[in-house]
Design a protein around this ligand. Sequence first.
Ligand SMILES: [Zn+2]
Length: 113
Amino acid sequence: MKQALLEEQALLEKELGGVAVVDSENPGGFVGKEPNMNDDNPADVLEQGHEQEVFSRNQAITNDLETRLAHVKQALASIEAGTYGTCHTCKEQIDTERLAANNAATTCINHSD
Ligand SMILES: [Zn+2]
């Protein structure tokens, strides 16, 4: 289980590297990569619209990957602490089915966000 989580963590970090850069104002956080705004005619409204779209998409993917990465890191930390597989809120055992669907789950079905 730990190995699978470590692999997922590496994969998520690699994916983040493709769409995001480290947030200079928040080390440890990420922001979506901005498309290069300077290589085209800035008066080209259509092109600007497209770049805005690319940026929005990068930002959305970045947020999603960051959330998943945070969960994986939490799960790894709970393995170290010996609390893996128990709900962080009620301390009950998490359904194995739920864990199988999401091996980074840190809450039971009743306390899922
Ligand atoms: Zn719970």
